[in-house]
Each structure stands twice: as C-alpha cells, then as structure tokens.
Design a protein around this ligand. Structure first.
Ligand SMILES: CC(C)(COP(=O)(O)OP(=O)(O)OC[C@H]1O[C@@H](n2cnc3c(N)ncnc32)[C@H](O)[C@@H]1OP(=O)(O)O)[C@@H](O)C(=O)NCCC(=O)NCCS
Length: 358
C-alpha cells in the first residue's frame, strides 16, 4: 500500500465545490462510519455543519488533522490536539483506521500515523504524547490506574507499545435510554427531597452573568477533581475569555449547551453543576461535565442534577431519546451515580501516554 499522509484543507462551508469541499465530504462520511464502528450506530452523529465547526481554529487548542490516502481512497485519519492555555507540553491524538483495510495494512498505517503525531510533537517542542485507542473492560494490558485494559496487539495500540507508551487510564463509554426510566419524575422528586438545603438553577446556552465567576471556578475544579491517573494534564485556569470561548466552541454549528447547577440555599454558593450537549441531529444527547465540590458532596447532588437534566431533555428535545457519557473506569463515585440512573457500557477507550526521555 502506497500511503500519502497530508494535512486536511478545510472548505469555507460544507457544500463548497472543488477539492477542499470534496475532501471534507469524504472526511465527514468517514467520521460518521468510524464513530458508528467505535461507539455503535447512531450514538455519535454530526451534521456536516457541526462537523466543520468542530474542525475550526480555537483560542484554547490547536487542531492538526492529517488524512492518509491510498490513491483517492481516504484510509486513515489522525487528529492531534495541542492545548494552548495549559498542558502546553502535551499533544493528544486519536487515530481512526479504515475498517476496509487488511490487518497488515492497518498496522502499517497506524505506525505511519503515530510517527506523524510524534513529528508534530517534536516540531512543537512538546515532550508528552497522549493517544486514545480502542480499550476494553479487561485486556492483556491493565491500565496503571488499576481499572480497564487494552489489547496491545490491536493495530492502534501496537505502535504505542513499541514506543514504550504506558496505558494509564481507560474510559467507559455508557448510554442511558430514557425509555428505560419510566419512573424518572418520581426519581427526581426523591432526589430533590434528599437535598433540601439546595435548589437547582438552570440555563440554556451561555452562562448568565451572575453565575459566570462561580462557573469558572467549577470548571477549574473539573480539571483537578475528576480522576486523570498518571496522565500529564495540568490544573486549568478559567478566566472570562476562556469560559466565553468554551461556550462558543461547544455550541458551534448549532449545538445547545444545557446546564443545571445546585445552589446552597443558605449561602447562595454553587456547589456543583452538570451539563449536556444537544446535537442538531440524531437521537443521542451527550453528557458533558458533572461535578460536586468537596464541601457539598454526600447530598446526592450529582444524581439530582443528572436526573433534572434528563427531565429537561425529555421536555426540550423529545427526539433525543438517549444520553451517552464518558467516565474513567476508576471513577467509582461517578459510575455509581450513572449506573443507578440507567447507564450501561457500550465501549471503552484506552488512554496511552509517552514521555520523551530528558
Ligand atoms: C461524582 C460526584 C459528582 C458525586 O458527588 P455527590 O453527588 O456528592 O455524591 P453522593 O452524594 O452520591 O456521595 C455518596 C458518598 O460518596 C462520597 N463521595 C462522593 N464523591 C466522592 C469522591 N469523588 N471521592 C470520595 N468520596 C466521594 C460522599 O461524600 C458520600 O459519602 P457519605 O455517604 O459518607 O456522605 C463527585 O464525586 C465529583 O464531583 N467528582 C469529581 C468530578 C468527576 O469525577 N466528575 C465526573 C467526570 S466524568
């Protein structure tokens, strides 16, 4: 196989005539197929507008996307993110290999794509590479977190094992079907009764001015309180421009950000929040963050906020009949809430890390 790997050229809009538009449409179809293979049919779908928006430059991270061609056949992609505000020593990459290739071709291509990610890291002077590949509940290699594993012989993983990557963490991808929660309203009432010292505040889209300082702090806590194993992610600092850029990016292409926060009645303090991202099409909403800060834990606020979001989702967008979420396999407190509200695993993702010797 003669592989040619080159940066993707973005069109101005999804219907643009000419080579950039043609490449974009191929890439969109490829992305839809690879998401279906990775997570299941219909679980992660993007309209062309959403997909193009997700590839746009951003103030928080640089995005490099390389396409691998066998003649005029798109056979592989690697997407490389380089954070610009923190974790500036890290590049994060995800390969997507065409399932139409033979196993030998997949191995050859994964090697070439991994090499290109390392070239990008070296050129940017970044010494840590985090790669996301197919993972498993249990595998021949266990994550250093102690939870979840991966197959080191998988074509995506083999080039990483050869380079001395460590499997640090495994994410569980789980789905809840709203139809399986006929008692949702009763559950929500019970959860609210268990946390009488709190009231919920809700908004759609950008955070209202009165909650912006508190939400910036809560987003910062997400980066320190959710387990990251040995991965080299740094604590994040969220100033006002960062919050605004996040809200713009996450809603680019027409998606909706749905937020609920728990406010302590006596102090007015926001003790936690939970967010959903509502895509334009398909039937699956995406869970984004959920957090309760340490002083406010133990009142079932995580469950209360998740149930409230599900009820609101059902009212606002009834065609979105399920929710998908990503959780670290060792994150027992979050998994306990999710399992109790109907989430069941559909896939696993392995997080491998390589550090240059200094
Ligand atoms: C997941 C999370 C929201 C649950 O918080 P919560 O709703 O307050 O949890 P619960 O009320 O169900 O807590 C039940 C018990 O577990 C304890 N607990 C909750 N989260 C805990 C944690 N992360 N570590 C240790 N103990 C925890 C509570 O203190 C409580 O103990 P108690 O019964 O002795 O009072 C919270 O742990 C959290 O914010 N974690 C960090 C952020 C995160 O990982 N988000 C998910 C990313 S995918």
């Amino acid at each position: 196989m003669q592989i040619d790997i080159r940066p993707m050229v973005l069109p101005a809009h999804p219907d643009e005539d000419g080579p950039a538009g043609d490449e974009f449409r191929l890439a969109h179809a490829y992305n839809e197929r690879s998401n279906a293979e990775r997570y299941g049919e219909g679980l992660y779908v993007n309209t062309p507008v959403e997909f193009l928006a997700s590839l746009q430059p951003n103030a928080d991270y640089r995005l490099d996307r390389l396409h691998a061609w066998d003649g005029d056949r798109l056979v592989g992609i690697i997407t490389v993110y380089s954070n610009l505000l923190d974790s500036t020593d890290v590049v994060e990459a995800q390969p997507e290999l065409s399932s139409e290739l033979s196993a030998a071709e997949q191995h050859e291509l994964a090697e070439a794509l991994t090499e290109r990610a390392h070239e990008l890291a070296a050129a940017a002077g970044r010494s840590t590479v985090i790669m996301s590949t197919v993972g498993a509940a249990e595998g021949a290699v266990t994550a250093t977190s102690g939870f979840g594993g991966a197959d080191p012989a998988h074509p995506e993983a083999a080039p990483l094992v050869r380079r001395g990557y460590a499997l640090e963490q495994v994410y569980r991808v789980s789905v809840a079907e709203l139809a399986d929660l006929p008692d949702l309203d009763a559950r929500l009432v019970a959860a609210a009764a268990g946390a009488p010292a709190y009231e919920l505040v809700r908004w759609i889209g950008g955070t209202p001015a009165e909650h912006r300082p508190a939400m910036r702090t809560l987003y910062e806590r997400m980066s320190t309180d959710a387990p990251i194993g040995n991965l080299a992610w740094e604590e994040e600092v969220w100033d006002e421009p960062r919050l605004a850029e996040f809200e713009r990016t996450v809603q680019a292409g027409g998606r909706t950000l749905l937020t609920v926060a728990a406010r302590e009645r006596s102090t007015g303090e926001l003790g936690g929040f939970s967010t959903l991202i509502l895509p334009l099409s398909g039937a699956t909403a995406r869970q984004h963050d959920t957090l309760v800060t340490k002083p406010h834990r133990g009142h079932g606020l995580g469950m209360l906020m998740k149930l409230d979001n599900l009820v609101r989702l059902r009212e606002l967008r009834p065609e979105l009949v399920r929710v998908v979420t990503w959780n670290a396999e060792e994150n027992r407190p979050m998994l306990a809430v999710n399992e109790a509200s109907g989430f069941a695993p559909v896939a696993y993702e392995a997080q491998w890390q390589w550090k240059a010797e200094r």
